[in-house]
Design a protein around this ligand. Sequence first.
Ligand SMILES: [Zn+2]
Length: 95
Amino acid sequence: MSEATNTDVPARSTVRGRYRFREYHVTTVPDPLALPTVAAECVTGEDRNCGATSGTLHTQDELTRWIAGHCAATGHELYEQTTRSLLRAEPGAWQ
Ligand SMILES: [Zn+2]
């Protein structure tokens, strides 16, 4: 009865958005000199989250290693990942 086919998946090749503010166009592109960083927080827990955090890491491997270590020590299984990346605004043509 319900239609759960709303797969609104953004294109993952590039993070590129266009925002129109009056007549001014800006395109955002990933900053090529700034690699994305990742971090994880352990959100295991019923009343409240464990809250342990990996700190800022630079590769998925490092993140997985931190999770593996925390999981081995505590048995916690649920983590929230945050990815941060810099975007550079590139003003477009005036319309
Ligand atoms: Zn934990």
